[in-house]
Design a protein around this ligand. Structure first.
Ligand code: ATP
Ligand code: MG
Length: 730
């Protein structure tokens, strides 16, 4: 084995970590210092030099995409196949364990995963049955509480119901009970349950525990600072005195405390393993100097940090561009304009990421990207497998394989519409709950007993025929999926719709077949026998990162949370304003504010060469108009690192250290004073008879020649000559 190829491209501290003797090792280091790289090279080292069997390795990554990349990198480094190693997210690993021991876990082999959408539907249905008014208690609230219980390891039996007096809490626990019952009866497992059930399985079955403890001699965990209680319990159950354990993490990037992640887990390791070694990495390889210094300055405002510093050998690079936008349209126009400049200079779309605090912010950017023919993808938002037409097709597949899958049944029974009305469905549900039948059995029962009106009977009989005719006859996964989609009538139904996303939807269905083909090609021979089950699991588990398409040159949009661990040459952090980021609810509470600040640190450190930060001085969000000021996180960056595009913003407070530089800020905001038509200014909201409403984003020329650039909310950006355009200032 060529050792040097494994150690090439590592600094001394990284090498120490990669070549450390087997034992317990913790790597604590800031963003971009090569933690993930160490983890990858460590696996290569274990296999290539320590002669570890790939079979003995368990590596936990933050996303499925990271798992795929890791596998590919190690395989190319070693030229060996890693098929027998377990590399994946906590969820995908737990899913695998539960499938293997499904009987012990009280599940059927092809148990289904309930995603959040399914969970909400189910809870809504249970609430209807119990006559609980959604105006008083929302399904969302119940789903969240159920997850919290489970995350704390609390089963129903652990809840002392006699101590609950509040009627709302009583209802929640009551629905929790019904929910659990339904899930157990139907072998349904939600995301948190995947983890909890696995932990219980390993904890309560010594044989299984010993098996995995013996098997996984090497356990490696990335992003350890964000493990929650159950995930930590899972690791603790598997690690013995002889396990070789590597965890890497950064306390400054812990951003999931609201979901129960605990920074303390990083610290707790010392108590648990007295012989734990710790290695710190301090050189950052990702970002240029200005960006790194900005990140350091922001995070320095947090209290109680572990002592870490980051430096870089790369030069200062460009300053950080700060754009105070007049409003959200102007902000989007700025981003689009910069993207176009980047492309004109020969850059790629994929170099660019737009990062925002909350999902709702993506819409305007999407519209503008679309309007300007700039290819983009939303990462982690509406993921491929979450799109309605894909979920419909998958639900058909599930129902064809397992008629008792009630969730799938409900989704497709009248989709495409086939005359099975709400009344009929209620009737079926009632028969099912009275007889403890699945909905499918209830349907069969109703037909047999002729308890439905003749027209309904005919409709449901046809539906049953369709499903039973679509048996899996040993076809390959893509062939079978194709047949399921053909028979379902989904495609014809979409074709008849007047939906503007019609073509998109048809393409997505075609893409699903491609996804299935690609998926099957990557399976080992042994796994191929189980291709459909594994594919269904993938559809439920893929955290959105993996797009089915091969085409990859697109701008990426995502929340700051889902950007963790990633890097991009150019990053736009948008909506960096008080109220949005830090989030309004978090600003007052120190702990939450510090979590927001860590999120800012994550955002800034995603940028390699260029960082743009923007905020809007006026924003319509969630139906109200806000007049926010620049986020304190911008103020925490020394002004010497910033370059204000278009003047010093009105709300930016210049503090003592910033003052010297503020005067150097590039002042280009003079257009409004040049305007000889006082009613129209930069940021004016105007209406045009053809293009609709928009915001003025630039003015130039004067007299008859004066032109304005307007960013129309529907039609995108346009230049108009003032003398001719029939513009009305709103
Ligand atoms: P994060 O905290 O954001 O997850 P990280 O600590 O995991 O960051 P990596 O993603 O592993 O950091 O590395 C950051 C970048 O620096 C990557 O592009 C990586 O390839 C590069 N890199 C890491 N170490 C070195 C090195 N010794 N020489 C050159 N490049 C390196
Ligand atoms: Mg990393």
């Amino acid at each position: 084995m060529d050792v040097s190829s494994i150690l090439d491209g590592l600094n001394e501290a990284q090498r120490d970590a990669v070549t450390a003797p087997l034992g317990k090792l913790r790597v604590l280091a800031g963003a971009g210092s090569g933690k993930t790289r160490v983890l990858v090279h460590r696996i290569a080292w274990l296999i290539g030099v320590e002669n570890a069997s790939p079979y003995s390795i368990l590596a936990v990554t933050f996303t499925n995409k990271a798992a795929g990349e890791m596998r590919a990198r190690i395989e190319s480094m070693l030229g060996t196949n890693l098929a027998t190693s377990w590399v994946g997210t906590f969820h995908s690993i737990c899913h695998r364990i539960l499938r293997t021991h499904h009987e012990r876990a009280g599940l059927i082999r092809d148990f289904q995963i309930l995603d959040r959408d399914d969970q909400l539907r189910l809870v809504k249905r249970l609430m209807r049955q119990e006559n609980i008014d959604e105006k008083i208690l929302s399904a969302r609230q119940i789903v969240n509480t159920i997850s919290q219980y489970k995350e704390a390891g609390k089963r129903l039996a652990d809840i002392d119901t006699s101590a609950i007096y509040h009627p709302i809490e009583k209802w929640i626990v009551h629905i929790y009970a019904q929910y659990e019952h339904h899930c157990r009866e139907n072998s349904l497992v939600d995301f948190t349950e995947l983890l909890l059930r696995t932990v219980e399985l390993i904890r309560d079955h010594e044989m299984i525990r010993t098996h995995y403890q013996t098997r996984f001699q090497h356990i490696l965990v990335d992003e350890f600072q964000d493990t929650n209680r159950i995930q930590y319990a899972f690791i603790q159950l598997l690690v013995t005195d002889s396990t070789d354990l590597l965890v890497v993490g950064d306390d400054d990037q812990s951003i999931y405390a609201f979901r129960g992640a605990k920074i303390e887990h990083i610290l707790d390791l010392e108590k648990r393993f007295p012989r734990l070694n710790t290695i710190k990495l301090e050189q950052n390889y990702r970002s240029t100097g200005h960006i790194l210094r900005a990140a350091n300055a922001v995070i320095a405002k947090n209290s109680g940090r572990l002592d870490k510093t980051l430096w870089t050998e790369s030069g200062d690079g460009e300053k950080i561009d700060v754009y105070p936008a007049f409003n959200e349209y102007d902000e989007a126009a700025y981003v689009i304009e910069r993207i176009k400049m980047h492309i004109e200079r020969g850059g790629l779309h994929q170099d660019i990421a737009i990062l925002y605090r909350s999902n709702a912010q993506s819409r305007l950017f999407e519209e503008n990207l679309l309007g300007n023919d700039i290819p983009y993808r939303i990462y982690g938002g509406l993921r491929f497998f979450d799109r309605a037409e894909i979920k419909d097709a998958i639900a058909y597949l599930r129902l064809c394989l397992n008629h008792a899958d009630d969730v799938a049944f409900e989704r497709v029974v009248n989709n495409p519409p086939r005359g099975i009305g709400q009344r009929t469905i209620e009737q079926i549900r009632e028969i099912a709950s009275r007889n403890q039948f699945s909905l499918w059995q209830a349907l069969a029962h109703a037909v047999q007993q002729q308890s439905l009106p003749p027209r309904a009977t005919q409709a449901v009989s046809q539906f049953m025929q369709l499903i039973t005719d679509t048996q899996h006859g040993g076809d390959s996964l893509p062939t079978y999926l194709q047949r399921v989609i053909d028979n379902s009538g989904l495609r014809d139904h979409i074709k008849q719709q007047k939906d503007e996303r019609r073509l998109d939807k048809l393409e997505n269905l075609a893409e699903l077949i491609t996804a299935a083909e690609q998926f099957e090609n990557h399976l080992s021979t042994e796994e191929k026998a189980d291709a459909i089950g594994l594919f269904l699991a993938k559809a439920a588990l893929d955290a959105g990162e993996t797009q089915a398409s091969n085409y990859s040159d697109y701008v990426q949009l995502m929340t700051l949370h889902s950007a963790k661990g990633l890097e991009f040459p150019t990053v736009f952090m948008v909506g960096v304003e008080e109220g949005l980021f830090p989030h309004q609810e978090s600003a007052m509470i120190t702990e939450q504010l510090e979590e927001e600040r860590r999120l800012a640190y994550v955002g800034i450190t995603r940028a390699e060469q260029k960082l743009h930060i923007s905020y809007a001085e006026k924003r319509r969000l969630y139906g109200t108009t806000l007049y926010p000021r620049a986020s304190r996180f911008i103020e925490e960056i020394p002004a010497a690192l910033l370059h204000f595009v278009r003047g010093t913003p009105t709300h930016y407070t210049v503090n003592a250290t910033n003052a010297a530089n503020a005067t150097n800020a590039n002042l280009t905001n003079s257009a409004s004073s040049q305007s000889n038509q006082p009613t129209i200014q930069l940021g004016s909201l105007i209406a045009h008879p053809t293009f609709g409403e928009g915001t003025v984003t630039a003015l130039e020329g004067d007299g008859e020649r004066q032109r304005v650039q307007v960013n129309f909310s529907e039609q995108g950006s346009k230049w108009l000559v003032l003398a001719f355009a029939k513009i009305q200032v709103l």
